[in-house]
Design a protein around this ligand. Structure first.
Ligand code: ZN
Length: 329
């Protein structure tokens, strides 16, 4: 008896998924927002091949969120958005029972502390909204459409204006007490070799304080883009990134590491980092992925600058499926 009921239940779930797929094809679309500290990327679509996007700088919360709302109003004329996903810089409150659920909380970004990003978008556009961190969003985008397909344990790290990391364990995005804050771990800082004190307002010389794009500019007096390939800045930068990666490898045992963000656009960085990770681990993690095939183990994102916003689209799709399933109970 229960088997028959179970079969009916599974069939209903399959039908819901088919219905959602059909609705996508019939013109109902998902919205995605990658809310970055430097810029916002908004998109409507269902995947990499049908995206309509717009990017603009992150200014004040009111101005930036109004611009995002304007984008969706402008581009959904005659079409219905099913849901919107937001992949946001943080920290963000992802605890649904919290009073500040959906808020950007203790961010060092000026003017954005305690911003209700989820509620503002939800109320203005009257659609269900899903929220996760920008890096978990990028990880999800790479998992669905990019370099992490079929990889259930991996991390995605961005090294740019800030440093953040997200990822998956056993095919699920990593959450917990809050969410991973991989940019704020402590790494060894040899002050004789690098007297720069670091610039994180909370910790000074944490990983982000020493190795973000602004840290490079402050330390060397020139922006990262202006520094030539042979400048010592890059070896030090690769050293800090490799130190952080060895910690993540030892703690999370990822099967793949994806490195995105502006700093990683420097093509000479990836080989330097791979080499230093191998040296630091010193064959202790004796797996061919690291000892022999590290070129396929530490990679850049396949979706480039669209990993985050595509992940936000997937967040919207997952929210729709979850809500449809919840209605069954
Ligand atoms: Zn910090």
């Amino acid at each position: 008896m229960w088997k028959a009921k179970w079969r009916t239940f599974l069939k209903t779930l399959q039908n819901i998924e088919k219905k959602i797929e059909f609705e996508n094809k019939s013109g109902k679309l998902y919205g995605g927002i990658e809310a970055g500290g430097t810029k916002f990327v908004c998109a409507i679509g269902t995947g990499p091949n049908d995206l309509v996007t717009e990017s603009f700088p992150t200014t004040t919360p009111t101005e930036t969120l109004n611009r995002a709302i304007g984008f969706f109003k402008k581009h959904t004329y005659n079409q219905q958005l099913i849901a919107i996903g937001i992949a946001s810089f943080g920290p963000v409150d992802l605890n649904a029972s919290s009073l500040t659920f959906g808020y950007i909380t203790s961010t060092p970004k000026q003017g954005w502390t305690n911003t209700d990003i989820l509620g503002t978008i939800q109320i203005a556009l009257n659609v269900p909204v899903a929220l996760d961190t920008d890096v978990n969003g990028a990880a999800l985008g790479e998992y669905r459409f990019g370099n992490a397909k079929n990889t259930d344990n991996f991390i995605y790290l961005t090294i740019g204006t800030g440093i953040g990391g997200g990822g998956m364990t056993n095919g699920k995005l990593i959450h917990g007490l809050l969410h991973p804050e991989m940019g704020h771990i402590r790494i060894p800082h040899d002050r004789k070799n690098d007297p720069f004190p670091g610039l994180c307002p909370y910790h000074r010389d944490c990983f982000e304080g020493l190795a973000s794009g602004p840290a490079i500019s402050r330390r060397w007096g020139k922006s990262a883009e202006e520094l030539p390939d042979r400048h010592p800045a890059w070896d030090l930068e690769a050293h800090y990134i490799a130190l952080a990666l060895t910690s993540y490898i030892c703690i999370l045992s990822p099967e793949l590491i994806i490195l995105g963000g502006g700093v990683m656009e420097r093509s000479t960085m990836l080989p330097l980092i791979r080499n230093k990770v191998q040296k630091l681990l010193n064959n202790y993690i004796n797996k061919p992925e690291i000892t022999k095939n590290i070129d396929n183990y530490i990679v850049t994102p396949k979706l480039g600058k669209y990993s985050g916003v595509l992940g936000a689209i997937v967040l919207a799709e997952e929210k729709t499926k979850k809500e449809a399933k919840e209605k069954l109970f």
